[in-house]
Each structure stands twice: as C-alpha cells, then as structure tokens.
Design a protein around this ligand. Structure first.
Ligand code: HEC
Ligand code: HEC
Ligand code: HEC
Ligand code: HEC
Ligand code: HEC
Length: 361
C-alpha cells in the first residue's frame, strides 16, 4: 500500500509542481528523498486521529476542514477558485496534508496568515502555510469575550473550558503579535521570537517534508547533545536554583507549578477540586475525592469541570496553551515563561502558594 502510494505520488507530483516529467523534477530537486521524507512524516500519517476523527461522520465540517484535510485547506486559501479566508464546503475525510496543499500556485505565493485573535501576520514566505494550520483556534480575545463583565472569583455555569487546540507553534512563535496565549491586562509581552537570521521561521528550523529539526544546524552555536538542553540565559526563571538546565526545563517547572496553583485555587477559592488529564477531552475534571490524582472514573466527559471562575479559566487556558506546544521552548521561550508566571501570579492574589521566587523575563 505504501509503495503504491509512493509510486502514485511520484507520478502526480511533477504535474502539481508544474514540472513536465519525473526525471527532470528528480534531477533538479532531489524529488525521491522529499517524497520519502514526507511519507514518513506525521503529515502523511493517514492512520492518525487528526485525519480519522471524522470517519464515522462521513465528512469534515467546515469549521475543521481547513487544517484537517488538503481539500479543506485548498478551499480555505482559495486555491480551488473559491473565496479565500473561509471554508465553503465540508470536506471528504481521509486526505492528509498532501503535496498539493503546500504546492498549489496559491499556496506558493501565500505570504500571510490570519490568527484567531484577528491579527494578520505578513512576510511569512514559505511558512505562511504552516502558520495557517498551526495557530490554534482561540486567543486572548476569545477568553476576554467569554469572561467580560463577570465577577473574577465567582463560579459561573455559563463558562466552559476554552481549549486553544493542539500544536499551536505559530501562536507561540509570534507571541503578543498573535495573542494566542491569555495576556493579562497591564502586563507587557514579547512579540516574535527573533532568534538568528536563517533560523527564524518554520521552514528554516523544520524540514518542510520530514518536519524534523536537524540538531546539526544548532550545535555550532549551542554546544549541547539534545535540543531541549539549549539555554542562553543566566536567569533562574523558575527559581529552582539551577541555571544550567535547558530553558525547556525552566518552562516545565513553571508549567507544573501552574498546575499546582490551579488546584490550590480550585480547592480554596472555588471549593470544588479540579484535576487535569492530558489527552482526555475536555482535559479538566472534578477531582471528586480531592486526592490530586485523576482516577479513571473521574476523568470522563460527564464529570467535566463546570465550576469555572473567570480567573481559573484564564489560568487553565494558558496551562493548555503551553501543553499544546511541545516546542514552546524553541518557538518563544520568553513569551511562554511570561504567560506561565503571570497566570501563577494572578491565582496567587487569591490563594497562598508555597513556591519559589520566579523571575519574569
Ligand atoms: C487552525 C487549524 C485547525 C482547525 C480549524 C482545527 N484543527 Fe484540529 N488540529 C489542528 C492541528 C495542527 C492539530 C495537531 C495534530 C498533532 O500534531 O497532534 C490538530 C489536532 C486535532 C485532533 C487530534 C488531537 C489529538 O489529541 O491527537 C482532533 C481530534 C482535532 N484536531 C479535532 C478538530 C475538530 C473537531 C475541529 C473543528 C471543530 C478542528 N480540529 C479544527 C489544527 C486545527
Ligand atoms: C507542509 C507543506 C509541504 C508539503 C506537504 C510538501 N511540501 Fe514540498 N516544499 C515545501 C516547502 C516550504 C518547500 C521549500 C520551498 C521554499 O523554500 O521556497 C518545499 C520544496 C519542495 C521541492 C523543491 C522545489 C521547490 O519548490 O523549492 C520539491 C520538489 C517538493 N517540495 C516536493 C514535494 C512533494 C513531492 C511533496 C509530497 C510528497 C511535498 N513537497 C509536500 C512544503 C511542503
Ligand atoms: C493543512 C494544514 C497543515 C499545514 C499546511 C501544515 N501542517 Fe503540520 N500538521 C498538521 C496536522 C493536522 C498535523 C497532525 C498530523 C498527525 O497527527 O499525523 C501536523 C503535524 C505536524 C508536525 C508533527 C507534530 C506531532 O504531533 O508530532 C510538525 C512538526 C508540523 N506539522 C510542522 C509543520 C510545518 C513546519 C509546516 C509548514 C511547512 C506545516 N506543519 C504545515 C496540519 C498542517
Ligand atoms: C528556532 C527553531 C524553530 C522554529 C523557528 C520553529 N520551530 Fe517548531 N520546533 C522546534 C523544536 C526544537 C521543536 C521541538 C521538537 C523537536 O525536537 O523536533 C519544535 C517543535 C514543533 C512542533 C511539535 C512537534 C512534536 O513533536 O510534537 C510543531 C508542530 C512545530 N514545531 C511547528 C512549527 C511551526 C509551524 C513553526 C513556524 C510557525 C515552527 N515550528 C518554528 C524548532 C523550531
Ligand atoms: C548562529 C548561532 C545560532 C544557531 C546556529 C542556533 N542558535 Fe539558537 N540561539 C542563538 C542565540 C544568539 C540565542 C539567543 C537569542 C535570544 O535570546 O533572543 C539563541 C537562543 C535559542 C533558544 C532559547 C534559549 C534560551 O535560554 O532562551 C533556543 C531554544 C534555541 N536558540 C534553539 C535553537 C535551535 C533548535 C537551533 C537549530 C535549529 C538553533 N537554536 C541554532 C544562536 C543560534
């Protein structure tokens, strides 16, 4: 099956790319290795939940099709001749992120992406396609819209958890320019993580076909064995006394501290214990026995957390935002640390927290 797909792809692609025959495409651009790399990547994984979620429904609704199917994406960007910026038709399930999604004439000239906050980021070049799908589905603005005018510490049954969605790399990378994290009024946030010329976009750090980040592109400046060990700052952001661990570890400690702060606030201010279950929708549940552990009978949909206060919802939103980007440390370490520390500090105005002194970048 895979071999069949590979042969089919090799025959179809030169047409999509506008190359007249396979041989010339191969000689000019090393086509087989690109096909090979793509086939082994998550974008081509036709068994993934991200492509199979709608099998039983028979179609992918317009709200989801832009990022979960190639036809939906082409509809969204207007590569099918329809208006750009919206999906007009539900898509057939079971496409993946195919060659054609990124190599249509429209995709090749795309240069900007509109984020859920309404902000439009321009000059994205070949990263415009990536930034269209890896941007999440919510923002500071959507959280403010749901919580505006409500008492900060009063549970409100109108509120539900707001899930930013998954692998939201572009929202992290552009920081406050995209407003994908929840940003607390009165605080200042970093914009795009500028990094260094030549390694400052999706398609320069990631191979666009394998999607991998090649560590050999990093070691000349960062003398480390694994990417997660990279650190350039001497500041002890998480206050744990360790200033040699990777910036990823600083983020992980703060992320874990935010989970503890969320639990403390839910216990003491809301008086309704909460538990987070990674990978189980909608992620936050009632901790009925208040033991701080999510047992299987607690982490089920009917037991979803329903006692949200605006303050708790904002902190939980940021907790999931960071959980939703395993590359946050490389996409924008300072923005990530800012939203984590601000979420903890906001909860700490209402509940005493036993945690080390953190340093906000
Ligand atoms: C803006 C783009 C975008 C839109 C719109 C979107 N998604 Fe996603 N979705 C993604 C990305 C990116 C992933 C990340 C897949 C990964 O790498 O795990 C994802 C992952 C998922 C997953 C897999 C989660 C998991 O735990 O593996 C499901 C299920 C899902 N989305 C459902 C939906 C549904 C339902 C809708 C419409 C209501 C929707 N998505 C709309 C981009 C989007
Ligand atoms: C997620 C988006 C994406 C997908 C899917 C994708 N590509 Fe690419 N491809 C790119 C980007 C980005 C470049 C680099 C173009 C640039 O930097 O201008 C590229 C470059 C290429 C090139 C080199 C020629 C050129 O235009 O620079 C070839 C050939 C190619 N891709 C073939 C394929 C084939 C065949 C597939 C499917 C098996 C595929 N691509 C799938 C994004 C993608
Ligand atoms: C049409 C929407 C779409 C586009 C365009 C797109 N992606 Fe994706 N991407 C996805 C989805 C959906 C997944 C999840 C695939 C899966 O679960 O197998 C994903 C997975 C990934 C992953 C792996 C995440 C994981 O869970 O391991 C990386 C890395 C990634 N994409 C980077 C990129 C880059 C870089 C580009 C641009 C060159 C890009 N994506 C363009 C939708 C897209
Ligand atoms: C400075 C380099 C850099 C830039 C720029 C960058 N990334 Fe990443 N990205 C990484 C690193 C490092 C990881 C961690 C995972 C790894 O080791 O491959 C990562 C992880 C990811 C993941 C999660 C992969 C997984 O295994 O779950 C996705 C999706 C992703 N990046 C997409 C993007 C997109 C889309 C862009 C552009 C908006 C982008 N990245 C820009 C370096 C970068
Ligand atoms: C030419 C030198 C150079 C190369 C090559 C390089 N970096 Fe960097 N990197 C830097 C500099 C300089 C900084 C500090 C930038 C800043 O903080 O604004 C940095 C910062 C970082 C940080 C944040 C560290 C912290 O403590 O905040 C991460 C993560 C990172 N780089 C990842 C990567 C990855 C992944 C690669 C390879 C794809 C890479 N870098 C390649 C120079 C480089």
């Amino acid at each position: 099956m895979k071999l069949f797909l590979k042969v089919a792809v090799m025959l179809v692609i030169p047409v999509v790319l506008g190359v007249s025959n396979v041989a010339s495409a191969q000689s000019t651009s090393n086509l087989p290795s690109k096909v090979e790399a793509w086939l082994a990547s998550p974008h081509a994984d036709s068994s993934s939940e991200a492509f199979r979620h709608w099998d039983e429904d028979g179609e992918i609704p317009t709200a989801c099709a832009a990022c979960h199917s190639s036809t939906g994406f082409m509809d969204y960007i207007g590569a099918d001749g329809s208006a750009a910026g919206q999906v007009d038709m539900a898509a057939a399930p079971r496409t993946v992120v195919e060659c054609a999604a990124c190599h249509s004439a429209t995709a090749s000239t795309m240069d900007s992406a509109r984020f859920p906050s309404g902000m439009v980021i321009a000059n994205l070049g070949s990263s415009a396609t990536c930034s269209t799908c890896h941007q999440g589905r919510a923002s500071s603005n959507s959280v403010n819209a749901k919580t505006a005018g409500l008492e900060e510490d009063t549970p409100n049954t109108e509120l539900g958890f707001i899930n930013v969605h998954y692998r939201v790399a572009a929202a992290t990378l552009f920081g406050t320019e995209a407003k994908g994290g929840y940003e607390y009024a009165g605080n200042v946030y970093d914009g795009k993580f500028v990094h260094v010329p030549g390694l400052d976009s999706c398609t320069t750090c990631h191979n666009p076909h394998s999607l991998k980040v090649a560590p050999e592109n990093c070691v000349s400046c960062h003398k480390v064995d694994i990417l997660a060990a990279i650190r350039t700052s001497t500041i002890d952001f998480d206050g744990n006394g360790n200033t040699t661990e990777g910036v990823a570890a600083e983020i992980n400690t703060l992320h874990a501290a935010l989970e503890k702060a969320i639990q403390a606030y839910a216990n003491e201010v809301v008086d309704k214990p909460i538990i987070y279950a990674p990978g189980v929708y909608p992620y936050f549940f009632n901790d009925d026995n208040a033991n701080g552990v999510g047992e299987p009978d607690e982490t089920i949909y009917p037991n979803s957390y329903k006692s949200w206060t605006p303050r708790l919802l904002k902190a939980a939103y940021n907790y999931q935002f960071v959980a939703g980007d395993p590359g946050a440390y490389a996409h924008n370490p300072r923005y990530t640390i800012q939203i984590l520390i601000d979420s903890i500090a906001d909860l700490a105005t209402k509940v005493a927290l036993d945690m080390p002194q953190t340093v906000r970048p």
